[in-house]
Structure formats: structure tokens, C-alpha cells
Design a protein around this ligand. Structure first.
Ligand code: CA
Ligand code: CA
Ligand code: CA
Ligand code: CA
Length: 282
């Protein structure tokens, strides 16, 4: 009888230890051996030759996609222009005031070409879905007036939505993203390169104060702000790219504090422009 109990107890303990080992091993495997859950990932654009280099993981490594796209003065403008669930390359050409937008990450003639804004434009392009419906569409930020000029369709015309946000005549960098995850519409934002401060507003269609104001990183380092849903929770958050060291700094919340993910991508010192998107639809 004693031996039976001892065997039973021993076996139970052995099973518990086995389960514990499997749990620990499973956790370790999930954390270190598999790709983390990611939605939006980064890329870089080389203005010297209009080459995009895109990756599907927010980690150091080779580019998954390399594609040349856009005329010589292109500013990148990546988005989902056919509501397919995946993002593709696009650019804005300030000299002609024209967006060239693609539905796949391949070279060739743009799937959609849209005139928007003046020729020889000093406006900054941005991409988002301002109405939360259909495709991503286009926008321009006019720093002289501190206004966002937005369109809900990929057609030529004036800004259907004109939203004043932030000061006039600033050096702030415009942003677009769904800062709360509520609904499908994107909000707008501004980044101050001098101070490292972000100012985000949930409603792109109305003027008003920022809903989120916080700092990330030090100002004055020449870093470029980016936006994406890095952890696939439906909320777009911010990040920075330091082209001098070819390093991305990503944050999973729109609040003060340190970054969540840091990795090298893009040749250091090459003056590359960061881009973001869900290139593979995952
Ligand atoms: Ca698409
Ligand atoms: Ca839309
Ligand atoms: Ca997120
Ligand atoms: Ca993805």
C-alpha cells in the first residue's frame, strides 16, 4: 500500500514537472523562436534613386521587398489604395503636384495617378482613411497655414476636408493614424523635431486641441517620426527613424516613456526616408 501511494505521488509530481517544463519551454519558444505578432512594419526609401526596401518583421535583417517606384523628386506615400488589406508603395511628386499610387509592391506604371495640390508644391503628403470607409486616400499638410487638406477619394480636386491643427509657419512634421483603435477613421498629428514632442488628434475632420501630447526621444537629433500598428492591437502608435545610424525606435503606446522595439534597418548615414505599412497583409 505504501509503495502504491509512493508510486502514485511520484508519478503525479513527475507529471507536474513535465507540464511545468512544457509550459516554460512553450513560453520560451513563443517568445524567442517564433515571429512576434506584427501588423505594420517598416521600410526605407532612398530619395537618390527612388528605391523602396521593405521588411515584414520589425527586426534587423534583409529587406523582403526591393522595388523602384516614382519620379526623381518622389516623397514616399505608402498605403492601401485598393482596400485589399495590404499596403503598397506610393509617392508624391511635389514638382507636378501628383500622387503616384500602387496596389502591389512591384515596379511599373502606377495603378492610380492623382493630381492634388499646386505644382512645385512645398506641401507634405500624408495617407490615411479620413472617413473610415474604403481605401486609404490622400492628404497634404500646408505648414504655412497649419492646415491639413484631405480628400476622401483618389481623384483630383481641392481638399474636401480642411482642418487647422497646430501653429502656422512651423517646422512640425504631419502624421496620420488611428490613435485609439476606435472606428476605422484615421486622425492627424504633428511631431516637433526640435523637442521630440508628439501632438495627436483623433478627429481629422475638425479643428481642436491635441488628444495626446507626449515626448519620445530627444529632440534635435534629426530623427523622422513614423506611425504604425506594431503590435496588432488596432491602435496606431508612433516611432522614430534615425537615418544617421539606420535605426528604428518603435513605441506601442501614445504616451511618455521609453520605446518598446529598437532595431537596425537601412544603411546608416544614407539619408533614407522611413516608411511603414502592412505589406504582406498579415
Ligand atoms: Ca492594397
Ligand atoms: Ca477612406
Ligand atoms: Ca498597436
Ligand atoms: Ca505585416
Amino acid at each position: 500500500m505504501i509503495s502504491y501511494n509512493a508510486r502514485f505521488m511520484g508519478s503525479a509530481i513527475a507529471m507536474s514537472l513535465t507540464s511545468l517544463f512544457l509550459l516554460v519551454a512553450g513560453a520560451a519558444y513563443a517568445g524567442g523562436g517564433m515571429d512576434p505578432v506584427e501588423k505594420d512594419t517598416v521600410g526605407v526609401f532612398d530619395p537618390a534613386n527612388e528605391n523602396f526596401f521593405l521588411t515584414n518583421t520589425n527586426a534587423a535583417g534583409a529587406a523582403a521587398v526591393a522595388v523602384s517606384f516614382g519620379p526623381s523628386d518622389s516623397v514616399p506615400a505608402v498605403g492601401d489604395f485598393d482596400a485589399s488589406g495590404s499596403d503598397a508603395v506610393g509617392v508624391y511628386s511635389p514638382s507636378s503636384g501628383t500622387f503616384y499610387l500602387n496596389n502591389t509592391n512591384v515596379e511599373g506604371v502606377a495603378d492610380t495617378t492623382v493630381r492634388f495640390g499646386p505644382r512645385n508644391s512645398t506641401l507634405t503628403p500624408l495617407i490615411g482613411t479620413w472617413d473610415g470607409l474604403g481605401t486609404d486616400t490622400i492628404g497634404l499638410y500646408e505648414s504655412v497655414s497649419g492646415r491639413f487638406l484631405l480628400r476622401n477619394s483618389l481623384t483630383p480636386g481641392i481638399g474636401e476636408i480642411v482642418t487647422r491643427f497646430g501653429p502656422k509657419n512651423s517646422t512640425l512634421v504631419p502624421l496620420a493614424g488611428n490613435w485609439t483603435g476606435a472606428g476605422a477613421a484615421d486622425g492627424i498629428g504633428l511631431y516637433d523635431p526640435a523637442t521630440g514632442s508628439f501632438y495627436l488628434r483623433n478627429d481629422a475632420t475638425t479643428a481642436g486641441a491635441a488628444d495626446f501630447s507626449f515626448g519620445f526621444g530627444s529632440g534635435g537629433l534629426g530623427r523622422t517620426p513614423i506611425v504604425g500598428d506594431w503590435d496588432d492591437d488596432g491602435i496606431d502608435t508612433i516611432g522614430l527613424y534615425d537615418s544617421t545610424i539606420g535605426t528604428f525606435f518603435l513605441k506601442n503606446s501614445n504616451s511618455d516613456g521609453i520605446g518598446d522595439v529598437t532595431f537596425r534597418f537601412g544603411r546608416a548615414g544614407a539619408d533614407l526616408t522611413p516608411v511603414t505599412g502592412n505589406y504582406n497583409g498579415d
